[in-house]
Design a protein around this ligand. Structure first.
Ligand code: ATP
Length: 245
């Protein structure tokens, strides 16, 4: 689904990402982990096209998208969430997800103040996704009134509702309470079983070990190790990066 070849990006003298190569396989969950400042967000930004890369190639579904604009990549099916949530805080849960159902025929925004309901098919999709993220009975709640974990779920719901083939999620469980976090574990496993391709950044190791099929560990801009959760967990270099010598 996604193949990154020799990705490199510097800021001033700092090589934030230094010659990184890896791939994310269709229908699997791939996790990108590493300590703070390892270069994970920069990798995500380069893939989604909001950051320019210096060197390397990004292949998405066998097409070289390295020079595509961010919106062209989004239109091609790369959906993404952000560490700092990008939701409409003053809008309701329903309005937030309705705006994510991207359909050029529906002219949703001009009718926003009267807020026409959407096509039946889209309403069904929204109800289904809101049920899955446990926000169904909060449709009319203003987003700013949700807990942080629920806001994360709302941002995930928005990503799920965008037409996509690759879901890129930046720290989906950071700051989420332990009960909701367990819901996320189930949700991700179910999404994978349904064929979603998920590529995520996450600091919560237990979560990563529980759900990921493939783990890529970055440190100081480089790929330190990649493999199954068990392979990564038992690698002395990975332990050293996380725990010290
Ligand atoms: P975290 O887990 O803390 O989010 P990260 O692994 O996502 O970290 P990045 O945010 O990609 O790491 O940062 C990698 C390096 O690049 C860091 O040294 C960071 O300070 C630097 N960096 C990132 N973005 C910029 C920028 N816009 N300007 C200057 N330096 C930057």
């Amino acid at each position: 689904m996604l193949e990154i070849q020799h990705l490199t990006r510097s800021f001033g003298g700092i090589k934030a990402v230094d010659d990184c190569s890896f791939s994310a396989v269709q229908g699997k969950i791939t996790a990108l982990i590493g300590p703070n400042g390892a270069g994970k967000t920069t990798v995500f930004n380069c893939i989604s096209g909001i950051e320019r890369m210096e060197k390397g190639n990004i292949l998405y579904e066998h097409q070289d998208v390295s020079h595509w604009r961010d919106y062209e990549r989004a239109e091609a099916g790369i959906a993404r969430t952000f560490q700092l949530l990008r939701i409409f805080k003053n809008c309701t849960v329903y309005e937030n997800v309705a705006l994510a159902v991207h359909d050029r025929d529906q002219h949703l925004i001009p009718s926003f103040f009267g807020f026409n309901r959407l096509k039946e098919e889209d309403e069904k999709k929204i109800a289904d996704v809101l049920t899955r993220v446990k926000l169904y009975d909060m449709e009319d709640t203003v987003a700013s009134e949700l807990s942080y974990g629920q806001q994360k779920l709302l941002s995930l719901a928005r990503a799920l509702l965008q037409p996509h083939r690759l879901l890129m999620l930046d720290e989906p469980v950071a700051g989420v309470n332990p009960v909701l976090r367990q819901d996320f574990v189930m949700l991700f496993k179910n999404l994978r079983d349904e064929g979603e391709t998920i590529f995520l950044i996450e600091h919560d190791m237990e979560f990563v070990m529980e759900i990921a099929d493939h783990v890529i560990v970055m440190n100081e801009g480089k790929v330190l190790k990649q493999g199954t959760p068990a392979e990564v967990r038992n690698d002395p270099r990975v332990l050293e990066v996380y725990l010290g010598k």
